[in-house]
Design a protein around this ligand. Sequence first.
Ligand code: ZN
Length: 106
Amino acid sequence: MGNILVSLCRSCGFKNEFRIGGGRFNYQTYCPVPAINKESLEFEQINYYEHKNSDKYLFYSDAALKGENKNDRTINNFDLYFNEEGNYCPNCKNKTLAFRVTKYLD
Ligand SMILES: [Zn+2]
């Protein structure tokens, strides 16, 4: 149900690991997603359900953080869609951050 992902920036080498989607027993209340904190401009993994109506975050499912998705592949969790390529990098500010699923969880 959830996925573990890694990011890698093709411009500056920034990388991290994060999770999209909760587990079988908590997915209705817990949906971790990658986001940018608008105040600190830092990358954070936050619970979508707690923050979906908040102005504090931009989610990586938002068009604002998406650039050209060169390989045309997406990762989705219910109605949230994430691009594999062309995401905003919090380090160099280019849209060159790639996401890849490394593990599928149930
Ligand atoms: Zn970068």
